[in-house]
Design a protein around this ligand. Structure first.
Ligand code: UDP
Length: 327
């Protein structure tokens, strides 16, 4: 059996990736400090508690499992927080990733799959966002991810580190079997906050700005189902195993939905009213982030299966109703 080191395997996307890896015949070894992850989301392989800033712990885990590849999800990922605490974001995301990359190279583990983000692009009016778009991040989260991409490129040149970089658009939904799902504390992402509000656990959703240059004035995002997203990661791993070399892929569907459209979809899926109020813009938000690339489909053979907005909200609602997200 082939071990894959999954950093952040106790988190939202990482736990879904572990399930997809186990299903594909790999052993996902979770490395997570449990600051934002949850130990009981680690269901599909061994768990090693550790921090990316702890190089000796990383070396110990590489030595114990001799992984064939790394999937690196562990990161702080909230735009608002990144604006307020950039130092934490740079230290955790960039210094932590550098430690991990150096530990991987030292262990001769040179296939690396990295979660990056469309937040590295920043705002580009009327420009199709594909993998060649200039990266001009608006916040420390996007900037930290762009820096890690650059580190990966330098380590490829110097040490032969083969890497697949996935730039995610907005991830939503949950495992349709209900084994894992989204649970952030605090939760800030639109779909889970909406469902929590609909469920009566919050007074109202605040819509962050209605004065953007979009048809209804609210921000537009490209939502992709977490199960489709992690399927792409397994394909990315196979790509590296086949020696196809380093590559960047956007992961989005190419369809954008405004905040108001997501609210309307949630109303229709849950058949309940959505209390919301209009608030000011959130610092660091881009107007519109929609993928203009089909590279992942064309080159990896990626086929999103659950990424219709209705399916994503339905799966997220099913997970929400299990109550497991409330730990
Ligand atoms: N959003 C909002 N109210 C909320 C949370 C999010 O209006 O309580 C908006 C946010 O401004 C953005 C979109 O929903 O336009 C998606 O935000 P999210 O935090 O889910 O993801 P991000 O795009 O920041 O990665």
């Amino acid at each position: 059996m082939t071990n894959i080191l999954v950093t952040g395997g106790a988190g939202y996307i990482g736990s879904h990736a572990c399930k997809a890896l186990a299903r594909a015949g790999y052993v996902p070894v979770t490395y997570d400090n449990l600051v934002t992850g949850w130990q009981d989301a680690v269901k599909f392989g061994p768990f090693e508690r550790g921090d990316l800033l702890d190089r000796s712990r990383l070396d110990e885990v590489f030595d114990k499992y001799r992984p064939a590849a790394v999937m690196h999800f562990a990161a702080l990922s909230q735009v608002g927080e990144a604006m307020a605490e950039p130092g934490r974001y740079w230290r955790n995301n960039v210094t932590g990733s550098l430690n991990l990359i150096e530990a991987a190279v030292a262990a001769e583990c040179v296939d690396f799959v990295f979660s990056s983000t469309c937040a590295t692009y920043g705002d580009h009016d009327n420009v199709v966002l594909d993998e060649s778009t200039l990266q001009q991040p608006l916040n420390a989260y996007g900037a930290s991810k762009r820096a890690i991409e650059e580190i990966l490129r330098d380590f490829e040149h110097a040490h032969g580190l083969n890497h697949v970089i996935f730039r995610y658009f907005n991830v939503a939904g949950a495992d349709p079997d209900g084994e894992v799902g989204e649970y952030h504390r605090p939760e800030t992402h639109l779909v889970p906050v909406l469902l929590d509000t609909i469920d009566g656990n919050r007074d109202a959703l605040t819509v962050f700005g209605t004065d953007y240059d979009t048809p209804d004035g609210t921000c537009i995002r490209d939502y992709v189902h977490v199960c489709d997203l992690v399927d792409a990661h397994v394909l990315g791993l196979e790509w590296l195993e086949q020696g196809k070399g380093s590559r960047v892929f956007n992961l989005g569907t190419g369809s954008g939905f405004s905040v108001m459209e997501v609210i309307a979809q949630s109303r229709s899926v849950t058949n309940r009213e959505v209390p919301y109020e209009i608030g000011p813009r959130r610092a660091g938000d881009c107007t519109k982030l929609v993928s203009g690339s089909t590279r992942a489909q064309a080159e990896l053979g990626w086929k999103p299966k659950r990424s219709r907005l209705e399916t994503m909200v339905t799966d997220a609602w099913r997970w929400h109703q299990t109550g497991l997200y409330q730990k």
